[in-house]
Design a protein around this ligand. Sequence first.
Ligand SMILES: Cc1cc2nc3c(=O)[nH]c(=O)nc-3n(C[C@H](O)[C@H](O)[C@H](O)COP(=O)(O)OP(=O)(O)OC[C@H]3O[C@@H](n4cnc5c(N)ncnc54)[C@H](O)[C@@H]3O)c2cc1C
Length: 177
Amino acid sequence: MDVIVLGGGLMGTASAYFLARRGAQVTLIERNRIGSGATVASFGNIRRTGRHLSQLPLAQRSLRLWGEVEKMLGRDLEFRATGHIRLIFDEGGLADMRAYAEAARPWGLELEELGPREIRARFPGLGPEAIAASLSPHDGSGNPRLIAPAFAEAARRLGAAIVEDARVEQIQRTGSG
Ligand SMILES: Cc1cc2nc3c(=O)[nH]c(=O)nc-3n(C[C@H](O)[C@H](O)[C@H](O)COP(=O)(O)OP(=O)(O)OC[C@H]3O[C@@H](n4cnc5c(N)ncnc54)[C@H](O)[C@@H]3O)c2cc1C
């Protein structure tokens, strides 16, 4: 065994999968069931807009992976690029929104600015208070209930050992690390 991964949420199962794909021998240990922690409570948003600029390269890479996830893991994880909208309610917010759109463009994030009439036409369920909005058309959501089990299953197919119902009580350093 090369690597032990503790915790079978999105982070642990994805780490196990990508390590196994690179040829590492991985054992993942989860105290409950795979995907039963914070991952399952998530709203499943896959969002680049509004992120700190330093996070955007990682967010872009993540979005690309979500676009390929069905091919990569062999099942539909309900990723849908439905778009994300941020509503603006005052002039200060509008200035911030425009400054962010300008700053994010060099990082590959293209945001559309919508005025009140376009907001009402495209999202008729919204109330009248928003004076503007920024739309990130390629952001979306995935199903947070499916993602960790799918990564774990794919890791298992690559030879990783997935151990559930086993709480790690202690971690000790050995002579070899
Ligand atoms: C309500 C809510 C909404 C969210 N919405 C979004 C969103 O829209 N978009 C987004 O990107 N993020 C969102 N997040 C954040 C996201 O869900 C988490 O950041 C992410 O899922 C964390 O993954 P994780 O693998 O680190 O943690 P977890 O999914 O919590 O996995 C950690 C695992 O470790 C196990 N574990 C812990 N201790 C031990 C031990 N000693 N031995 C063995 N196993 C152990 C736990 O049982 C657990 O299964 C949201 C979070 C919440 C709570």
